[in-house]
Design a protein around this ligand. Structure first.
Ligand SMILES: Nc1ncnc2c1ncn2[C@@H]1O[C@H](COP(=O)(O)OP(=O)(O)O)[C@@H](O)[C@H]1O
Ligand SMILES: [Mg+2]
Length: 254
C-alpha cells in the first residue's frame, strides 16, 4: 500500500551558526494493505516530519514515496488533491483537528464538499452513520468543539476521515493528549475501523507499549533514522538495538 525509499529531509536551524538538522535521514519501509506499522521514538526524532513528507504536505530533499505502487514523489498539487481522499492524517491535538468556529456538523460536511461527495438530501444521514460507527450520537452535531471532550473530538476527527473512504491513514500520536481510559476507547474504535474498511495505518507514538499493542510491525526511530523494525509480537523478545532496549526498559520501570 505504501512504500518509502531513502526518504530524506533536512532543516536549517540557527541564525548565526547555521546547523543542519537531519529530521528524516534515509528512511525506508513498507506497509502492506490492511496492516499497521507502528513508529516509535522520542519527541524530536522526526516522526511528524516523516508523516508530512509521506502526505506531501512538505517537500522532501531526497528519496521516493510509492502509494499502491505509484510513485507519488513528484506529484503536483492537483495530482495530490485527487489522492488526498485516499491518504489521510489524524493529529495529536484534538483542538487542531476541527475549526473552533464551526459546529461539528459543519466540520464533517466540509470534506464532503471539498471532495465533491456532498448531496444535500443525503449528507446528514451519511454523516450520522459514520458518527454512530465511532460511537457518537447525533446530538453532538450542533455543538462546537469547545463543547465536547477530547476523546469525542478524536472520534469526530476519525469519522471525518472515514467518511471519505481512505485507504491509508497516518495516526500521529492520536491519543497522547487523552486520559488512559479514553485512550483505550479510541484505540478500540481505530481497530474496528481498520477491520471494517481494510485500512492501512501508520501509527505514531512515543509510547512503545501502545505501539506494540496496535501494530503488526514496529519501527524504532532515533535521530531521523529507523534503527530497527520488528514484528510487534516479538518486540520485547527480539529487540537488538540498544535504543529499543532502552525504550522497553524505561517503559517497564515506569
Ligand atoms: N519546520 C521546521 N523547521 C525547522 N526545524 C524543524 C521543522 N519541523 C521539524 N523540525 C525539527 O526536526 C526535528 C524532528 O521534528 P519532528 O518531526 O516534529 O519530531 P517528532 O514528531 O518525532 O517529535 C526536530 O529537531 C525539529 O526541531
Ligand atoms: Mg510529532
Amino acid at each position: 500500500m505504501i512504500r518509502v525509499c531513502n526518504l530524506y529531509k533536512e532543516f536549517k536551524s540557527g541564525i548565526i551558526n547555521k546547523n543542519i538538522v537531519k529530521a528524516v535521514d534515509d528512511v525506508s519501509f513498507e506497509i502492506k494493505e490492511g496492516k499497521t506499522l507502528g513508529l516509535v521514538g522520542e519527541s524530536g526524532c522526526g516522526k511528524s516530519t516523516l508523516s508530512r513528507l509521506i502526505l506531501r504536505l512538505i517537500e522532501s530533499d531526497g528519496g521516493k514515496i510509492y502509494f499502491n505502487e505509484r510513485d507519488i514523489s513528484n506529484y503536483d498539487f492537483s495530482q495530490m488533491r485527487d489522492l488526498r481522499k485516499e491518504m489521510q492524517i489524524i493529529f495529536q491535538h484534538p483542538d487542531s483537528a476541527l475549526s473552533p468556529k464551526k459546529t461539528i456538523y459543519g466540520s464533517l460536511v466540509e470534506p464532503l464538499k471539498i471532495h465533491k461527495l456532498y448531496e444535500k438530501n443525503k449528507a446528514r444521514e451519511y454523516i450520522s452513520e459514520y458518527l454512530s460507527f465511532v460511537g457518537l450520537s447525533e446530538e453532538i452535531l450542533n455543538r462546537y468543539p469547545h463543547q465536547v471532550s477530547g476523546g469525542q473530538i478524536q472520534r469526530v476527527a476519525l469519522a471525518r476521515v472515514l467518511l471519505l473512504n481512505p485507504k491509508f491513514i497516518i495516526l500521529d500520536e492520536p491519543t497522547s493528549m487523552l486520559d488512559v481510559s479514553v485512550q483505550a476507547q479510541v484505540i478500540q474504535v481505530l481497530k474496528k475501523a481498520q477491520k471494517q474498511f481494510n485500512i492501512t495505518y501508520l501509527f505514531i507514538s512515543h509510547d512503545i507499549d501502545l505501539v506494540k499493542e496496535v501494530s503488526d510491525e514496529v519501527a524504532v526511530m532515533l535521530d531521523g533514522k529507523i534503527v530497527e523494525t520488528i514484528e510487534a509480537k516479538e518486540l520485547y523478545k527480539s529487540a537488538k538495538h540498544a535504543y529499543t532496549k532502552e525504550l522497553i526498559e524505561n517503559f517497564n520501570n515506569f
